[in-house]
Design a binder for this molecule. Structure first.
Ligand SMILES: [Zn+2]
Length: 396
């Protein structure tokens, strides 16, 4: 009798665990609308925070130490515009709008769009030390031309993949109106205590484009801090009535130091190994295009203390420090730091399915030898005609 009793107890516990995990996660995601779309709430958006570095006395901010990979407005004009972005501004000052517009001008030369990407950009009250917060407005699944089946795609990418304007506004980006040390210049030269707005705008748009996920560590009852989960509630249930969870495109490229992929774990359950991965400082992004760009995997931010708004969806702060070419997508922006280029993070967008690329110089049409010869002949004929005309006039 003891064994069946024990079995019953274990079954009961497993059933309880399953139900608790599912219910808890279901409560966190009540934004499913329709069958294929989920609306992303403000609390799920990814934040970038103000970090503070000790001012390096050996470097003078006065003498052109102006950040990394900065593209001036005049330099940008030499590169082809390949993407269309439409921005609705709310609460922006003129200088803030010019700075955001500059970031968009850079992005519009890095992405080729078939459908315009629409952004709502606002200044609003965010938490202390939070510079900005952004994400896709919606994520969609079952997209025509998708690279991974059973996967959510950010709205902007879904538009590009199926050639439709699926949801209207694709990206929402908020910036902290209560922050006093913004630098709105376009030259990437913030003062020692200032924070470069163009950098933050570039960063937030990247989250909206899809450098974005929503991992979770359960923090209740017997599972407190022990089980990690990923994926979004699809709004559909399995035969037992429990919700089915589906990953987002970013999840497919995340793995631990041993190369074990997050997506090798069933997203319908929460796993202790995922907790270790999310908090072990040993998490990587491994995609073909980032690997080609960087020559290796990119290290993701996975500190011991799990920060749902920062962990997993950023590059590692300690690896890609201020002035590193890949520092745009780290979770903290330091005072005096500026970078106006996604570095190898552009490879993530390519992995997801965007037509993304390095800047393309504008090709000037240089006439061929035949065209030159025709041009010279025309000029010669015109000169002769004018001279004949002159002679005729004089003669008359
Ligand atoms: Zn961020």
């Amino acid at each position: 009798m003891r064994i069946p009793l024990l079995c019953s107890f274990i079954l009961l516990f497993i059933s309880y665990s399953y139900s608790q995990q599912s219910q808890r996660r279901n409560q966190d995601l009540q934004h499913a609308i329709g069958d294929r779309m989920i609306q992303i709430s403000d609390s799920q958006k990814i934040k970038v925070k103000a970090g503070i570095t000790k001012i390096d006395e050996s470097k003078s901010f006065e003498t052109g130490n102006c950040g990394t990979r900065i593209l001036s407005p005049s330099t940008l004009e030499n590169f082809e515009v390949t993407g269309e972005f439409i921005v609705n501004y709310s609460g922006f000052s003129l200088e803030a709008q010019e700075a955001f517009d500059h970031a968009i001008k850079i992005w519009s030369r890095l992405i080729t769009t078939s459908v315009p990407i629409k952004i709502n950009a606002s200044f609003s009250s965010l938490g202390p030390d939070i510079l900005g917060s952004a994400g896709p407005t919606y994520i969609l699944r079952d997209i025509e031309n998708e690279s991974f089946p059973n996967t959510y795609y950010p709205a902007a990418l879904a538009d590009q993949l199926n050639g439709l304007d699926n949801v209207g506004i694709d990206i929402e980006a908020d910036f902290n109106i209560n922050f006093n040390n913004w630098y709105f210049g376009l030259d990437g030269c913030p003062g020692p205590i200032e924070y470069d707005f163009v950098t933050v705008a570039m960063h937030e748009v990247a989250h909206g484009l899809g450098i974005f996920s929503s991992p979770e560590i359960l923090n209740f009852g017997p599972f407190d801090g022990n089980l990690g989960c990923y994926g979004y509630d699809s709004g559909e249930n399995d035969p037992l009535g429990f919700p089915i969870f589906i990953p987002i495109i970013f999840d497919h490229f995340v793995e631990n130091g041993m190369g074990q992929k997050v997506t090798s774990f069933d997203p319908n359950f929460c796993w202790s190994t995922l907790t270790t991965m999310f908090t072990g400082d040993d998490l990587y992004y491994n995609g073909p295009n980032t690997r080609q760009c960087f020559g290796d995997r990119l290290k993701l931010y996975a500190p011991l203390n799990f920060l749902p708004e920062s962990s997993y969806s950023h590059l590692d702060e300690d690896t890609y420090v201020k002035e590193d070419v890949n520092s745009l997508m780290t979770p903290f922006l330091m005072n005096g730091e500026a970078i106006h280029d996604p570095g190898c993070s552009i490879g993530m967008l390519q992995d997801f399915g965007y037509q993304a690329h390095n800047l393309k110089p504008i090709q000037l049409d240089i006439p061929t030898i035949g065209e030159w010869a025709t041009l010279i002949l025309i000029i010669l004929l015109l000169t002769i005609s004018v001279n004949i005309l002159k002679i005729n006039i004089v003669s008359a």
